[in-house]
Design a protein around this ligand. Structure first.
Ligand SMILES: [Cu+2]
Length: 137
C-alpha cells in the first residue's frame, strides 16, 4: 500500500488503493498535465515534502513509501532528543534536539526499517520503489 506523507482523507486513501501500480506510475508522471481526478490526488501527496515528524515519541508516518532518489527529512517536534538509526546501518543521524532535522537520500530501492537509537521502541520504515522500473520509458 502506498503511504502518503500527510494523513490521507478517506477519499484519497480509497483512490490510492484503487490505483495500485497505476497510482505509483502517476507519481512518476507528476509533470504530465493530463491526469485523472484520482491521479491528481496521488500527485498532491507526492508533491508534499517527504517529511517525517517525530512527535510524542513516534514517527509520523511510521511507514513512508518514496521513489528512488527521494530525500527524506525527519524533524523532531518533541522536547526530548531523538536519534535516527537504520537497522542495516546505512544511515544514522546525530541526536536531534527540538526542531532539529535530519535528511537522507534513498538511492537504492528496498525497505529501510529504522528506530530511534535512544528509544528503540520507536520504529519506522522507509519503502523505496525503483523509479526506473516503474517508468514508461
Ligand atoms: Cu527517541
Amino acid at each position: 500500500m502506498l503511504t502518503t506523507i500527510n494523513p490521507p482523507t478517506p477519499r484519497r486513501r480509497r483512490s490510492v488503493l484503487l490505483l495500485g501500480a497505476v497510482g505509483v506510475t502517476a507519481l512518476l508522471a507528476a509533470a504530465l498535465p493530463e491526469l485523472t481526478a484520482a491521479g491528481e490526488a496521488v500527485v498532491q501527496a507526492a508533491a508534499s515534502p517527504a517529511t517525517i515528524d517525530i512527535d510524542n515519541f513516534a514517527f509520523a508516518p511510521a511507514t513512508l513509501t518514496v521513489t528512488a532518489g527521494t530525500s527524506v527529512t525527519w524533524k523532531n517536534e518533541d522536547d526530548s532528543p531523538h536519534r535516527i538509526g537504520d537497522k542495516n546501518g546505512t544511515f544514522t543521524s546525530a541526536a536531534l534536539d527540538t526542531d532539529d532535522t535530519f535528511s537522507h537520500t534513498f538511492s537504492a530501492p528496498g525497505e529501510y526499517p529504522y528506530i530511534c537509537t535512544i528509544h528503540p521502541y520507536m520504529v519506522g520504515k522507509i519503502v523505496v520503489k525503483p523509479a526506473g522500473k516503474l517508468s514508461s520509458n
